[in-house]
Every structure is written in C-alpha cells, then in structure tokens.
Design a protein around this ligand. Structure first.
Ligand code: SF4
Length: 629
C-alpha cells in the first residue's frame, strides 16, 4: 500500500530501546489509522486495570491513513492512552505539521511504553531513533524548550511535539502541543507523557512520502484552494475561525455563562470573534497543506499583560470557557489565560470549567479566600482567574486539588460541591448546549473518552433540506433533516451515522473543518484522495465499517476498565430549563426520552441493553482475536 510507510515504531523508555512492527495491507484497511491502530495495540499488548501513570500504560501517537499526503486539510494525528482524567480510553487529535513530518521521517505511528530514569526526548530523523537527555529542559515552558531543542539539533525545520510544566506536573487534563500552537487537548494525554518523563518528540524527514497517483491528489488540492474556498463555510472559517460561534450561540440564547447557570451573556459583544480580530488579532494561522487556515493568532502589548503570538490565539471553546463561563469580559485577560494554558500545556476547556467550579464554590462559601491564598475568586475577577491557572499548572496550594479535575476536586471538597460540576466520565463539558442540539448531548453522554464536541458534526448542519449536511452526506446513508431539538429515533439514527463518519475523518487524519458537512470538500473527493494515495480499491463502505469497528474497540476497552451504562449520563443541568435570555424557561431535555435514545443507540450498534457489544457484533467485526472474547 502506498501513502503509508508500513512501519510502526515501538519505544520502551525504561530500556531505551526501540523496534519496528510491520503489517500487511489488510491491517491498514481494517484499522485505517489513528485510534484504530492505537486500540489494536492497547487491546493486544496492554494490561487492563493498570493506573494511567503506570509505566505499562501505552502512549500511542498514530497518524491517519491520509496524513501528510499532498491533499487538502489532512494534517492530523491522534494520541491515545488510558486517560488519567477519566480512567478509560483517552484520545485526542491535533493538526499542525508534526504528523506529516513523522510520516516523512518513516513512521506511521509510535507506541511508547515504560518510564525513563531521567527526563528524555526522542529525536527521530529519517528512520533513525535517538534518546536524548532532557534534564536541562525539564521544567521549561514550551517556547523555551523548543528553542533549545532546535538549537542543539542544529535544524530549524524539525517539528516538535512536547509537554510543558502542566504535563510534567501531571495535571490530569494536561495536553501535548506541536509547533507551540497545535494541541492534542482533552483527556490528559500530556500527563501520561509527563509520567513517562518524556519531554518531547522531535521529528524530521527529508524524503517524500510515496503515493500512488500524485496528480490526482494535487488536482483535489487545487479544487479545494479555488472552488472549495468559495464556499461560505470555508470563507467564514478563514476570516473569523471558530470564534464566530460566540455571538451565534449568544443570539440563540445558548452561550454557556457563569458556570452554565446562564445561557445569555450581556457582554458577549465585548469579547466576540469579530472584536478579537479588530483589536488583538494578528493573522490567521493554519496547518500542513490546508487552504482554510482557520486558526487565530493574537498578541497583546499591555504593560504587565503581554500575550505572545507564538502560542496562537483563542478558538471558540477557549473564548467561551475563559470568557462568559467565568463572566470575564476583557479580551486581553482571555488571551492571557489561553496563552498561560498553552505555554504550560493544559487543556483550556477543562481549565476554564475547573476555575468556574472553584468560583462557584467560593461564592457559595464552600471555599474561602484563605483556601485560595488570598485570591477573591468571584465570577468576573480575571486577575484571580489567571493566578489560579498558574497555581493549577504548578500544583501550588489549592491548585494541587484542582489539577486533579473538577469531579475529583468536588468529591474531596464534599458539602454538595458536586452541584457545581458539569462533566461526563470525569471530563468537563465543552461549550455547546445539548438543549439546543440534542445530538451533541448524545455524543457527550456516549463518547468513550468523556464529553467532547468533536465526536460528530452538530445538529444544525441537518436542520432542513437545504442544510449543508443534509445535501452533502447522503453517501453515508443520511437522507432526511432532523430538528436540532428533537431526541426521537431519527436523531439517534442520524448521530450513529455521523459518529461513524466523523470517526472515519479522524482515522484518515482529515480535518473536520476541511470536509463536508462542516467544510467544503465533498465525499467523492475524499474517496479520490484515499484511492489515489493508497493505490487500492478501498470503498466508503469498508471505511465506515472500520470506523464502527474502532468504536466497538473503544467501548470494549472501557468495559475492561470497569465502565458501565451508568457512565453514559448527561450532566443534570441539561434536564432543567434555560434560566435567562431568548430561551428563558425553555429547553429542558426530557430525561426519559434521552434515556430511551441512549438505549436505542446501544441496540443500533449491536450492543445489548447494558451497552456491551454482543458476541455476534464482535465476530461480525472480526475482532474476536484482538479483544480476546
Ligand atoms: S481547517 Fe483549520 S484546523 Fe483544519 S487543517 Fe485547516 S487550518 Fe488546520
């Protein structure tokens, strides 16, 4: 098969040794890439029930099948491990340039086990692997560490995936950054890297990735850069990025505000994406071979509040989690919070939601000023929020408790503190309200790695016949629109199909914002890329089967770790009406109908009423040898 290297690098940090695994083409057709490859190894070679910080935990960096080909919006790679935040399957995708560079350096994936005796980084160049001492950069923020690594390897073109102090200090929602501004956020993969004393992986490849039909791939790239960029969705992402969602969500009355106690923020305009562009916006940023360039880069030059543009800028999730959720209406403070999280590698959604939880505990007298070392942690106090983020990164004072995640912190605080957390499987919820898009709620409840907004396209893309989604994804079996607030059987069917398709994009390394229904590139062009890259007659049916197979595998991973149907719950707040704004006194999700929808989804997947994949499904997916029935 072309488009891949057929080499998976296995690294043991305890022994400072490495070997290479090879498979036949069928392996890649069956497991595709990303989570498919990771789950194959995590089932086959990892002991169930170990602690996430046990050296036996497997940290897998896996490219998608298309990552690094010269096609549009295919930069992504996945990092998986047992999550220290949820205790189950952890997974996170990132864009940038690191994944494509790893492929050029000769590997499709890296599987890391063990724990180094002292901090190390890996240096991978054109198939060679070296273990380098990282003692002198352990404790450094990511910008300084990157400068140091580049200068000692004497190559400014290397790409570096790394952790900052948040990962080193085992903050359970620490992430991994590459090129300082692209992130494997969520589920604490950076903490697993920190537990292995692995500071960074520097990669450099000087060879071209072999593909079967380069001209066909380049033709799709040209189409995407010209006609594709005429699409309003692609244009909007380029001009304002995801930050446009802030005003959109506020206008409909579904912008999480004051730790989800409100859904409309009076000061939203002060922190809108458009305002950010006019005031602190620097330039758009992007990923390997992508014409959309949706990312934001900001800088602030205020006295005592400088924000360094090398760490990028807030996306919608961060803007909301550090803005309305904390009732902070100052863009400079939000940009600083984003930069603090980024340079220290902690997830901005979990950090914002954990600070919001602490604020609500403070305002309700569960925690005092003394508990925060003198900080007055009222909603709206931006300076206090910044100080608390630094405490979390360094596990200083109460930061040590909050670094464990909001669920764990609430359990330790007691006194009813759990009223103020909003999470699924221990992971704090993202900034989209299931009361106005119930499919997103289903995905929050069912995602094996905890609440995540990137588990499927959102309901709004299927709201009527003319919606971009309804028009563009018929080839994956989606024919009819479904109302965003409906939680009936047709919504369950829609989101089963979308879950498979979205998982497939991840496993291909394709960005959700590049391809339909969120982006412009249509499904037939996606399939042209797959076939032109690999030179094989791979079908869409086969790929969707592969995506569903991976979902069965992640479900089975969690079952081995003790998860049950009880863990597939939506936070309580969504079963109550919205409290202010245009949707005041409306929106509560019908609990009974939601529970019926979860049951129906289990059964549609070939799982029993307890959410366990049936033996027939496991055999049907040809998984019996992998998951060891
Ligand atoms: S659309 Fe945005 S996130 Fe996706 S590949 Fe392009 S620049 Fe990166």
């Amino acid at each position: 098969m072309k488009g891949i290297n057929n080499k998976i690098l296995k690294v043991n940090l305890s022994k400072q040794s490495s070997i290479i695994d090879k498979h036949n083409d069928n392996f890649y057709r069956k497991y595709i890439g990303g989570r498919g490859i990771a789950l194959y190894y995590m089932h086959k070679e990892m002991e169930a029930g170990i602690d996430a910080f046990n050296p036996g935990n497997m940290l897998v960096f896996a490219n998608g099948l298309l990552t690094g080909i010269p096609g549009p919006a295919v930069p992504r790679f996945t990092v998986c491990a047992k999550s220290p935040l949820t205790g189950g399957f952890g997974e996170s995708e990132a864009g940038g340039f690191w994944g494509p560079e790893l492929k050029r350096a000769g590997f499709d994936a890296i599987i890391i086990t063990g724990k180094a005796k002292k901090p190390v980084y890996l240096w991978i160049k054109d198939g060679e692997v070296l273990f380098k001492d990282a003692t002198h950069i352990w404790g450094k923020e990511t910008g300084d560490a990157e400068t140091q690594i580049r200068s000692e390897l004497k190559d400014q073109r290397i790409r570096i995936a790394q952790i900052g102090p948040g990962g080193e200090n085992l903050v359970k929602y620490a992430n991994i950054t590459n090129d300082l501004r692209h992130y494997n956020g969520r589920t604490g993969m950076g903490a697993v890297m920190g537990s292995k004393r692995l500071k960074a992986i520097a990669v450099r490849g000087t060879k071209r990735l072999p593909v079967a039909e380069k001209e066909k791939i380049v033709a799709v790239s040209r189409w995407a850069a010209d006609e594709g960029m005429e699409n309003p969705l692609a244009k909007g992402l380029h001009e304002v990025g995801t930050t446009a969602s802030l005003m959109g969500n506020n206008e409909v009355g579904a912008l999480p505000t004051r730790n989800w106690n409100k859904s409309y923020y009076e000061d939203a305009e002060k922190i809108s994406g458009e305002r950010m562009q006019e005031t602190i916006g620097h330039r758009p940023g992007g990923c390997f071979s992508c014409p959309v360039r949706c990312k934001r880069v900001v800088s602030v030059e205020k006295e005592n509040l400088k924000v360094d543009s090398q760490y990028g800028g807030p996306e919608y999730e961060t803007l909301a989690a550090m803005g309305p959720v904390l009732e902070i209406n100052d863009l400079s403070i939000i940009a600083k919070a984003n930069e603090l999280c980024n340079r220290n590698t902690i997830d901005t959604i979990s950090a914002g939601m954990t600070v919001a939880f602490a604020m609500e505990c403070y305002e309700n007298g569960l925690l005092s000023k003394e508990d925060f070392d003198g900080l007055e942690l009222n909603f709206g106090n931006g300076e206090a929020a910044l100080s608390l983020i630094e405490k979390i990164v360094n596990r200083e004072g109460i930061g040590d408790l909050l670094a464990e995640g909001s669920l764990s912190a609430a359990q330790k605080i007691g006194k009813g503190a759990d009223k103020f957390i909003h999470q699924v499987k221990g992971q704090e919820i993202p900034m989209h309200d299931p009361r106005v898009k119930t499919g997103v709620g289903l995905q929050y409840a069912l995602a094996d790695y905890g609440a995540d907004h990137m588990k499927a396209a959102h309901d709004v893309f299927y709201s009527n016949e003319d919606s971009h989604g309804t028009r563009t994804t018929k080839a994956v079996g989606i024919y009819e629109p479904v109302a965003p607030e409906s939680i009936a059987e047709d919504k369950v069917r829609l989101f089963k199909a979308l879950d498979n398709y979205w998982s497939l994009l991840d496993m291909l390394g394709a960005c959700h914002f590049g391809f339909v229904p969120r982006g412009a590139v249509p499904l037939d062009k996606l399939m042209q890329l797959v076939q032109a890259a690999t030179g094989q007659d791979i079908s869409l049916y086969e790929l969707i089967q592969g995506a569903e197979r991976a979902t069965d595998m992640s479900r089975l991973f969690n079952i081995k770790e003790g998860f049950t149907a009880e863990d597939d719950k939506l936070p309580e707040v969504f079963f109550s009406n919205i409290k202010n704004g245009p949707l005041k006194n409306k929106g509560a999700i019908d609990r009974e109908k939601f529970e019926e929808a979860v049951q129906l989804r289990y059964n549609m997947m070939g799982w029993n009423d307890d959410g366990v994949p049936k033996k027939s499904k496991i055999f049907g997916m040809d998984l019996e040898d992998v998951v060891k029935v």
